[in-house]
Design a binder for this molecule. Structure first.
Ligand SMILES: [Zn+2]
Length: 104
């Protein structure tokens, strides 16, 4: 592992049905994430207060059918998701995606 590289990297990211995002990892594992849960887990400065860590995103403001419109890589450690509710500043580091998918 080289410095700055994520321990796991996604080799494939695909939408699964209307609610699921399937990620296949470099070690062969697969995570199936609920897209709305992923939207609610956004850690950007708009959704989470940078100083206090307090969540500022009201779950009620996120539509039930929210889904990714565009997913693009950010460097070699994260993806950025542009959501159907107009939110596009959320960056999801691979380690966070991996952790979110570990419980399912
Ligand atoms: Zn956000």
């Amino acid at each position: 592992m080289t410095e700055g590289a994520a321990a796991y990297t996604p080799v494939e990211i695909a939408q699964r049905g209307s609610r699921g995002l399937a990620i296949r990892w470099s070690d062969g594992a697969e995570s199936l994430l609920d897209v709305r849960a992923l939207r609610l887990a956004c850690g950007c400065a708009v959704c989470v207060d940078e100083w206090s860590g307090e969540e500022r995103l009201d779950p009620a403001s996120v539509p039930e059918d929210v889904h990714p419109l565009r997913i693009q890589p950010v460097g070699r450690y994260a993806i950025q998701i542009e959501w159907s509710d107009g939110h596009g500043s959320g960056i999801y580091p691979f380690a966070r995606l991996r952790a979110l998918g570990a419980g399912s």
